[in-house]
Design a protein around this ligand. Structure first.
Ligand code: C5P
Length: 241
């Protein structure tokens, strides 16, 4: 890991469930061993913004994974709301373009200042979804190699003032070389050898992703869909160490 971190600060557990009860039970079961939980569209759309404060009341951090992608004014306003909700990290699609990315950073900074918060949340750009491969990019008319697309989007994010990016473990090296050791790299697409790949295409094991220099590993189904999520998390933590 490039940044020195406590072991409970490496994994972000994706709370991809429908109900508040399931989400809060997972937080109660795993907190202490993990301090960061991700609320994405499934849980947010089903439970509404209150779920963010309900998870935060458990004393853990929240990554609000709503992947904003809209005109700068709208994304700026949504970013200010994310700050008000108390997100510790939120994200937006890098492909929304530089003006949109800059507006998100500016609005989040202004809102944090207005609320007298010492710092704004970490703002992270999504490069290329880990469920996509080269053929899927080509269908969108993007013909350069996937790694090059990820690298340019990471550079765009850094230039616009974002704190980091979401990318597959396979792209950590190229991003670190180009954006430096302090740039935050959040990697989904993490699969222990004993877990199913599900719909993820570009995967690495947790040990590999950590060794490659990921800042955070986002892990969902290998933990949340396991018969014993606590045991699955322990196995993954042991593998990383
Ligand atoms: O269950 P799994 O470990 O595949 O969950 C990965 C999580 O990371 C999901 O919540 C998914 O929405 C999210 N994610 C992703 N790829 C990205 C960005 C986010 O898989 N590029």
């Amino acid at each position: 890991m490039p940044q020195e971190k406590e072991s409970d600060e490496v994994i972000i557990v994706a709370l991809d469930v429908d109900t508040r009860q399931e989400a809060l039970e997972l937080v109660d079961l795993l907190k202490g061993r993990v301090s960061f939980f991700k609320i994405g569209m499934q849980l947010y759309n089903s439970q509404g913004p209150a779920i963010v404060s309900q998870v935060k009341e458990k004393g853990v951090k929240v990554f609000l994974d709503l992947k904003f992608h809209d005109i700068p004014n709208t994304v700026g306003a949504a970013s200010a709301v994310a700050v008000r909700m108390g997100a510790d990290m939120f994200n937006l699609h890098a492909s929304g373009g530089e003006a949109m990315l800059r507006k998100a950073v500016e609005s989040a900074q202004e809102e944090a200042l207005r609320l007298n918060r010492s710092e704004k949340p970490l703002i992270i750009g999504v490069t290329v979804l880990t469920s996509m491969n080269q053929a899927a990019l080509e269908q969108l008319g993007i013909n350069r190699p996937l790694e090059q697309q990820v690298k340019s989007l990471a550079e765009l994010c850094q230039g616009a003032g974002l704190d980091g990016v979401v990318a597959s473990p396979k792209e950590i090296k190229i991003i670190r070389e180009s954006c430096g050791k302090d740039f935050v790299i959040v990697t989904p697409g993490v699969r222990p050898l004993w877990a199913s790949r599900d719909d993820q295409e570009r995967v690495n094991t947790p040990g590999e992703a950590a060794a490659l220099g990921a800042s955070y590993l986002v892990i969902g189904r290998p933990i949340t869909a396991a018969a014993d999520p606590g045991e699955a998390l322990d196995k993954i933590l042991a593998e990383i160490e």
